[in-house]
Ligand binder design. Structure first.
Ligand code: UDP
Length: 336
């Protein structure tokens, strides 16, 4: 089986590439290295079944060529991270919408199954207890950059489903909830690597808002097994699936957990949202996936609990800090 992974040098994409190579598949990665890093692919670089192309998914000639070389596409390339999205909304909208259009068009020409990575942001401010795939989307106003990401990912979902409905294309949408694991960096806002790197550097840990907002964090290894399961399940085609973990924790409690695992003496400080992101930033109070659909479709079950995952992440970031590998530009809040 030959897989093309767009965004394969990113956090989730690189774990997926390794998983497929270890399974004996052939893997082609395309990534523009804007947020992905070649170092993420170190373990498989040089492997005879692996190849890397630096390029933009909006380059239609390139994507058309790559589509002739594979049997299926995992489309993971996207603008990521709430901070990046707030700072670069044009880049976010264009990458997400044009990129997905091109990937789906090229895949359709060759009848390739495509998994489109979407985001729980699409659920917006939904008021349900756990977000189900069929819940209404409740987004904020267009004057708030954050919602451009949700809207662009919603267009991606519509497109993937439309290709299935209109052309019988095998497409499936995986709606990722917060995913964590080694290699994720905090530079673009992701809370877990930020808290861990802040703690390892002696603190303080920065909780945005009052810390009562909650999330549920999925192990990257579980997420990649889920997406491989979904692309390989014909019955999943033309549908949207939540992929994540349904164990909820407040951000305040998460900060305490990280502090206690690294050094119980560390300070935790609160930063107002306006200062952390932009004026009028709207955070989500609660975000938990309903996993019934993915459980029923492929028998998905999260395998690692938060404490176990945090241990692995602390080890990873400690190793990177010790090796003094600097990741991109300096940031005010710990990019490691
Ligand atoms: N957050 C925080 N401190 C940080 C980074 C993030 O308190 O240094 C909060 C953020 O405001 C949000 C939660 O952690 O409430 C999760 O943020 P992240 O950007 O990881 O994911 P998302 O907002 O997309 O769920």
């Amino acid at each position: 089986m030959r897989s093309l992974i767009t965004g394969g040098a990113g956090f989730i994409g690189s774990h997926l590439a390794e998983f497929l190579i270890e399974r004996g598949d052939e893997v082609v990665v395309v990534d523009d290295l804007s947020t992905g890093r070649l170092a993420n692919l170190d373990r498989i670089t040089g492997h005879p079944e692996f190849s890397f192309t630096e390029g933009d998914i909006r380059d239609e000639d390139l994507m058309a060529k790559l589509a002739t070389e594979v049997d299926r596409i995992f489309h993971l390339a996207a603008a990521v991270g709430v901070m990046l999205i707030v700072k670069r909304p044009v880049h976010t909208i264009e990458t997400n919408i044009q990129g997905t259009e091109i990937v789906l068009r090229c895949a359709a020409k060759h009848g390739l199954p495509v998994l489109v990575a979407s985001s729980s942001e699409v659920c917006g401010k939904g008021t349900g207890v756990a977000f189900e795939e069929e819940h209404d989307m409740v987004l904020g106003p267009t004057s708030r950059s954050r919602w451009s990401y949700a809207a662009s990912k919603a267009v991606d979902e519509f497109l993937a489903l439309a290709y299935h409905r209109e052309q019988g294309q095998r497409t499936v949408v995986a709606r990722f909830f917060n995913t964590i694991g080694p290699r994720q960096i905090g530079q673009y806002g992701m809370v877990v690597p930020r808290f861990v790197s802040q703690a390892l550097k002696g603190g303080p840990i920065t909780v945005f808002g009052d810390g009562t907002q909650s999330r549920s964090f999925a192990w990257v290894g579980d997420v990649i097994r889920a997406i491989v399961g979904l692309i390989e399940e014909p019955e999943a085609s033309g549908r949207v699936f939540n992929v994540g973990c349904d164990e909820e924790i407040t951000i305040g409690k998460l900060a305490e957990k990280v502090r206690d695992m690294v050094d119980p003496g560390l300070a935790i400080v609160h930063v107002p949202y306006d200062e952390a992101y932009e004026e009028g930033f709207e955070d989500l109070g609660r975000r938990v996936p309903d996993l019934t659909r993915v459980r029923e479709a492929i028998g998905y079950e999260p395998t690692l609990g938060l404490d176990e995952i945090l241990k692995l992440i602390i080890e990873d970031i400690r190793g990177r800090l010790d090796a003094s590998i600097r990741i991109d530009r300096p940031s005010d809040c710990g990019q490691w």
